[in-house]
Design a binder for this molecule. Sequence first.
Ligand code: MG
Length: 262
Amino acid sequence: MTHLFAVWDRVARLLAGAGRILLCLDYDGTLSPIVRDPAAARLAGSTRELLRRLSASEKITLAVISGRGLEDVRERVGLEDAIYAGNHGLEIRGPAVDYLNPSARRARPVLRAAVRKLDRELAAFPGAQVEDKGLTLSVHYRRVRPPDREPVRRAVFRLIAPARSRRAVRVGEGKMVIEIRPPTPWNKGNAVNLLRRTEARRNPEGLLAVYAGDDRTDEDAFRALGKEEITIKVGSPGSKTLARYRLSGVGEVREFLRRLKP
Ligand SMILES: [Mg+2]
C-alpha cells in the first residue's frame, strides 16, 4: 500500500482533473484522535476551519461518515453545509440528501424499548453503560468488575432474546461491548454508493470520490469504491486494508486537507 504523499503529484493531477470531488471522511481516528472516553473526542478548531473552506468550494461535496449517531457527529463537526452519515450510514442528511434506512426505521420502537429495559436491568451492575445512538445501541461492560461481566452479558442476551428470535434486531459483540442493531447488512459502503448516486445526478461529469478512514467498518467503503477512486487507510504501514493509499494518522489527514485546499 502506497503512502499518499509518496505519489502526491499523480493524485494532485487526478484531483485537479475531476469535475467534482465527493470527499468522505470518517470521524474518530481520522479527523479526531482516538481518546479513552469517546465523549471527549473533539475536533480541533484548525481542522474545522480546513473543512469549512473545503466544503465552501464549488467543486467539493464534504461528507462525514461515522459509527456515531448522526446528531452526535454533526454537533462535533459543526458545519451547516456538510453531509452527515451516522450509525455507519443508516441515517444520512445533508443539503441534497435525507435518508433513513427502512429496516432501521422499523427497528426503532424495539430499540427504544430495549434501552429502557437495559437501563433498568443493568442498574444493578455498577460500570455497565448503555450507549443510545438512536438507531443502534451498545452496552459497554469494560468498567464492570470482572466477576460481574459474564452476568451482564447474560442479562443483555436474555433481555434481547425475544426481539432477536423474531429477527427484529441483530446482535454483535466486540471487546467488552455488545451492539444491538437493526437487522440489515447496510454499511458505510452502501452509504458511499448512495452519496455517489446523489452527486452524479447533480453533476454527472467527472465525479471523483475520496474516502479516508481508520476503522474495520471503513473497509466496506473501500470495497464499494474500488480502484478508480482515491481510498485512504489511516493507520500504520502493516495494517491490512482494501484501500489504495495510506496516511499515518490524524496529523497527516490534516496535512492532506491542507493540500486539497481549493
Ligand atoms: Mg474511525
